[in-house]
Ligand binder design. Sequence first.
Ligand SMILES: *Cc1c(COP(=O)(O)O)cnc(C)c1O
Length: 360
Amino acid sequence: MINVTKPNLPNIDEYIDILKGIWERNWLTNNGPLVNELEMNLKGYLNLDHLLYLNNGTIAIQIALKALELNVGSEIITTPFSYVATTSSIVWEGYKPVFVDVDASTFNINPKIIEEAITDKTTAILATHVFGNPCDIEAIAKIAEKYNLKVIYDAAHCFGTKYDGKSVFSYGDVSTTSFHATKLFHTIEGGAVFTTNPALLKKMAHMRNFGHDGPEDFECIGINGKNSEFHAAMGICNLRMVTEILASRKELTSFYNNYLKNRLQTVCITTGADFNYAYYPVVFESEEVLLKCVSALNKNYIYPRRYFYPSLNTLKYIDYQVCSNSEAIAKKVLCLPLFYGLRKEDVDFICRILLRSLNY
Ligand SMILES: *Cc1c(COP(=O)(O)O)cnc(C)c1O
């Protein structure tokens, strides 16, 4: 069986070695030494001064939204083509998502039509660098400056992606990411927020820990956004492998490209990006063809995923707003298996089945 992804597991003895320290210290969670070590290692690897390690990527978005103290009743401009957590976090925090359609080649929010969607209630833009491919960061920054909007990037797919030579996590007022088991770099469950604004960082650090400022003082409203020593230990082990993981995904992507590049639409990587090869999405000519290919793959115990379907502007709890590119792409896009440990023979096999279904 081949799934769309396979969580990386480090050498078990290496993991256990780190766990032994937990038994010695009897310190399991609450900003322990392994959490600190992971944060330090991540800052080193990503070349960033600040980040906060959290328990998942959804809490990361919610903490970012909360910390920016947007007006009650705010409208937040967002992308319809992302994982559901991008939209649900906005609604969960009591704000109104306003969808702006995506660019048909990068699958990211189209900055050329953001201005049309701005009203006097708009206070922020929450955009996803979908599949690890950076948004048009400069165009979005210009709009944000002109209309005095905050920018949050959901960078859940972006571990290892750089833009203009810097980690893509360094852009926006706040960037968030996920270290969930399905992501390129993971800590089983986990996530992080990134900002270069020291006051915002401090506020989010309080928010991660119930608002505590010392044992008996509460600085602000908070939530439990902390992560444990066990999760941090997994992150420490996986981070040692990340260079190798990135290189193997790049190679596997080139194997896929050899077969599929001129036959199926793939994602167009943004200029200036150093891409992390987080996913291998392909777009079919119709949903019917996609379903036919999925069924042929499933018969061979290969399970790709329809990332991202449905388009988020069509969710039941959303007032529908038309986004024709996103709706069309969502119906026709499929992410093929891509993970560390997938073999060239597997890619050959998957592509042969696809090409046969497509009558090539
Ligand atoms: C995975 C993901 C999230 C949620 O992260 P969790 O760690 O699973 O909570 C949010 N946004 C996007 C785009 C994702 O892919």
